[in-house]
Ligand binder design. Structure first.
Ligand code: 4AD
Ligand code: MG
Length: 431
């Protein structure tokens, strides 16, 4: 009986006969030899079938294989320096599980809508697989950073009675007799958790009913939200740059093959080390005016503004001290200038836009109550949030990283739809 293995581990079986559960990615034949391009999810290997060395039955079975047919393939693993993986299999036998007919995704070009309709199959392609492997490594690196730097993982709720980031893009649902919303951000709950545990982070799905059809927006996306007690804005920026540098370098170190499969320029990623450049909102406005943008002070930046600013740097850049009027109600005003708040957006290089939004939070109960009134938020609904300021308030800061935008940047993808297995984009819920 041949040992069962996976393609990732063939290096441990050189010279042995093994069996691998696999799919046919592609196939070519030269009359006397058939070459099977096989994949099993863990990697790719070429199976070589020599007509003179196998029975007629095995030769004919191989001939009947089509793209995406499934089989157990048996053969001897050989080192093969000319192949990308370094190994090849000399096929001795095969058990067909299923012959696929008319696989819809062929090696030719397909339109985006067609691919999105077939996302469940598109995921099998080598580029999409590589993106998923990199996404998993990014998640591992994120957890590694926080777990080894004194943060405790805390899970905020998904169903919430109030909004955290403004009321315009809430997903509404009924919670028995009450109204409820899918969470836009776990931040407010993470602030409560920070007062209980010191340094905390969450990792979960968030939802925004945004009618934005851009390459940066998803309706459902995953956010990582650290929150730190006894931490000011400046200290938070230091955590952010170290954290992002760790994540990028971890992918560079562990996913070289996958980065090559997605066509990423790895030298650009190797360069991502702390510290990151910083400019204030005021400086950014001044610069934009020199670049023929006529954006007035007090207006929020759109994608073209962010891109113009980021183009000046080869690392992510922090834009700090935005006007209070365009930022969330909970951000702490700058003690030196109450018109702006102690916040920063981290803008990724190469036009990938904002990947992190963060700030120091208001810790003064009276100012917080005043903000509720200004923003027309019911003090009843947020009473618990006010309690955090009433009982042992402390300076604290936190931020939120958008996972999919981070994956898009690290993989060098044009659109966030390829960064998540089953994207929820404007008006698309299938598959
Ligand atoms: O800037 P945002 O809205 O910040 C917050 O939600 C804060 N409460 C976070 C915090 O301080 N704890 O969102 C944070 C990040 C953005 O920088 C972006 O990367 C991502 O979440 N994001 C989106 N990603 C994909 N699709 C969308 N529609 C997104 N909206 C925000
Ligand atoms: Mg933001």
């Amino acid at each position: 009986m041949a040992t069962k293995t996976v393609i990732r581990q063939v290096s441990e079986h050189v010279g042995e006969t093994v069996s691998i559960g696999s799919w046919v990615n592609n196939k070519r034949s030269s009359g006397k030899i058939q070459f099977l391009q096989l994949r099993d999810g863990t990697g790719y290997i070429q199976g070589v079938i020599v007509k003179s060395e196998v029975s007629e039955e095995v030769w004919d079975k191989a001939k009947s294989l089509t793209q995406e047919s499934s089989l157990y393939v048996q053969g001897i693993i050989r080192e093969e320096p000319r192949s990308a993986s370094g190994y090849e299999m000399t096929v001795t036998d095969l058990d067909i599980i299923h012959i696929t007919e008319n696989y819809p995704i062929t090696p030719k070009e397909h339109g985006v809508d067609f691919l999105m309709d077939h996302r469940h199959l598109w995921l099998r392609s080598s580029k999409q697989r590589a993106v998923m492997v990199i996404r998993a490594q990014i998640i591992r690196a994120i957890q590694e950073y926080f777990d080894t730097n004194g943060f405790t993982l805390v899970d905020p709720p998904i169903l919430t009675p109030t909004s955290a980031e403004g009321t315009t893009n809430l997903f509404h649902t009924k919670y028995f007799e009450e109204d409820a919303y899918l969470t836009q951000s776990g931040q407010l709950y993470m602030e409560a958790a920070a007062m209980a545990l010191g340094k905390v982070y969450s990792f979960g799905p968030t939802f925004r009913a945004e009618k934005s059809k851009t390459r940066r927006h998803l309706i459902e996306f995953w956010m990582i939200e650290p929150e730190m007690a006894f931490t000011d804005h400046e200290e938070s920026l230091k955590v952010q740059e170290q954290f992002i540098a760790h994540v990028v370098q971890s992918v560079v170190k562990n996913c070289r093959m996958e980065l090559e499969a997605v066509g990423r320029d790895i030298t650009k990623l190797e360069n991502i080390t702390a510290p990151f450049p910083r400019i204030t909102y005021d400086e950014a406005i001044e610069y934009l005016h020199t670049q023929e943008f006529d954006i007035p002070w007090g207006e929020d930046f759109g994608a073209p503004h962010e891109t113009a600013i980021a183009e000046r740097y080869d690392k992510p850049v922090f834009i700090t001290h935005y006007p209070a009027g365009i930022k969330a109600f909970y951000m702490k005003p700058d003690p030196n200038n109450a018109d702006v708040v102690l916040c920063a957006d981290m803008i990724a290089p190469e036009g990938y836009g904002e990947i992190i939004g963060g700030s120091q939070r208001i810790d003064d109960p009276e100012l917080m109550e005043q903000r509720f009134k200004e923003h027309d938020l019911s003090t009843d609904a947020y009473q618990w949030y006010l309690d955090l300021r009433k009982y042992g308030t402390v300076p604290h800061s936190g931020f939120g990283l958008g996972l999919e935008r981070t994956v898009a940047w690290i993989c060098g993808l044009d659109h966030v739809r390829e960064t998540i297995p089953f994207p929820r984009t404007l008006y698309r819920l299938y598959p």
